[in-house]
Design a protein around this ligand. Structure first.
Ligand SMILES: Nc1ncnc2c1ncn2[C@@H]1O[C@H](COP(=O)(O)OP(=O)(O)OP(=O)(O)O)[C@@H](O)[C@H]1O
Length: 319
């Protein structure tokens, strides 16, 4: 197992009597893409600010790249790149000028800065628009330039806070692909904070579900799914065309008698069957024997949206 690069131990942040982050324990390993997932106000940004040493924990500790962020924020800042939700640029200067300025602030010589800026603008797909003023950049272009700025100091970790909000679907896809590439090809650890389940599911190796300052679940999606849906690991979907009236009600009764069927939901001609094992064959047989037409039958693994919804079922506990 690779070394841990972010370690939070009993990390707590209070604003007066309000607890924004509540005894958080989390370890993120080098090279992982970790998704911090949670609704608005869950405490994601506060946790990120503590990782960066930009706000002090009330208690507990946070170490990033083996450095205590509260005690030595400058050392952490040198090794960690942070892309906030909205990056500020000089709007009447070009992308190239903005990037060069950041490179020089990070101590690169003019030659190093120019060389690195060219590599990074190419990497984020902005080389052709490098001379355009950033005031005329789209939201997607701004985020890609922001990523280039973050990468200029060769960080070991990048922290992205809602990086794709407001970008069009194609731009989102390109941005997500870039993140995966950075992680896989350059071994950069990525912390991706978002409330977009599908994006997190697409790029993250592991996720942490965060609600009201607490981490209520953590792990890879497959394992979380196994934990939560232990009794019904399979969901099988069937679509039928009844050939007689009332046939679908009759079919529902028959399906309910199949061994291994745990739950059945019906929406018109569509059935959703929670099953203890893969009983697709038996389901198909039952439908055909009932005389109804079988239009479609497919099995789906539980995804992050099922996991998230399951945690929020009965809401009061978590939401
Ligand atoms: N400086 C502050 N003073 C008082 N309360 C704060 C402060 N900063 C954050 N909070 C509160 O702490 C809670 C967590 O906020 P935080 O911004 O960390 O959540 P989040 O998960 O990042 O949400 P979002 O996705 O909306 O940014 C919220 O209830 C917020 O109102």
């Amino acid at each position: 197992m690779s070394e841990s690069i972010i370690e939070l131990v009993d990390l707590t942040k209070k604003y007066g009597s309000f607890t924004a982050v509540d005894q958080l324990n989390l370890t993120i390993r080098r090279g992982e893409v970790f998704g911090l997932l949670g609704p608005n106000g869950a405490g994601k940004s506060t946790t990120i600010l503590m990782m960066l040493g930009l706000t002090e924990p009330t208690s507990g500790s946070v170490r990033v790249c083996q450095t205590n962020s509260a005690e030595n924020p400058i050392a952490v800042k040198r090794r960690v790149g942070y892309l906030p939700e909205d990056v500020g640029f000089y709007p009447d200067r070009s992308g190239w000028d903005n990037l060069l300025f950041i490179a020089q602030l990070n101590g690169l010589s003019p030659k190093e800065a120019a060389d690195r800026a060219e590599v990074l603008l190419k990497r984020v797909g902005l080389l052709e628009q490098a001379n355009k003023k950033t005031g005329a950049y789209s939201r997607g272009m701004r985020q890609r330039l922001g990523l280039a700025e973050v990468l200029i100091k060769n960080p070991e970790v990048i922290i992205l806070d809602e990086p794709t909000s407001g970008i069009d679907p194609k731009g989102v896809q390109e941005f997500l692909e870039l993140i995966v590439q950075l992680s896989k090809e350059e071994g950069i650890t990525v912390l991706f904070s978002s409330h977009n389940l599908h994006q997190v599911q697409q790029v993250c190796d592991r996720v942490g579900i965060f609600v009201r300052g607490k981490l209520i679940a953590e792990g890879d999606i497959h394992r979380l799914s196994q934990q939560l849906f232990a009794n019904e690991p399979f969901t099988i979907y069937a679509e039928v065309t009844p050939k007689q009236t009332n046939q679908s009600a009759e079919l529902a009764k028959r399906l309910q008698q199949i061994d291994g069927l745990i739950s059945l939901q019906q929406d018109g001609l569509k059935f959703q069957l929670g099953c203890a094992s893969n009983i697709s064959e038996k389901i198909a047989e039952t439908i055909v024997e009932s005389g109804a037409g079988l239009q479609a039958l497919y099995k789906r693994e539980h995804g992050l949206d099922d996991i998230y919804n399951r945690y929020f079922q009965g809401g009061g506990d978590y939401a």
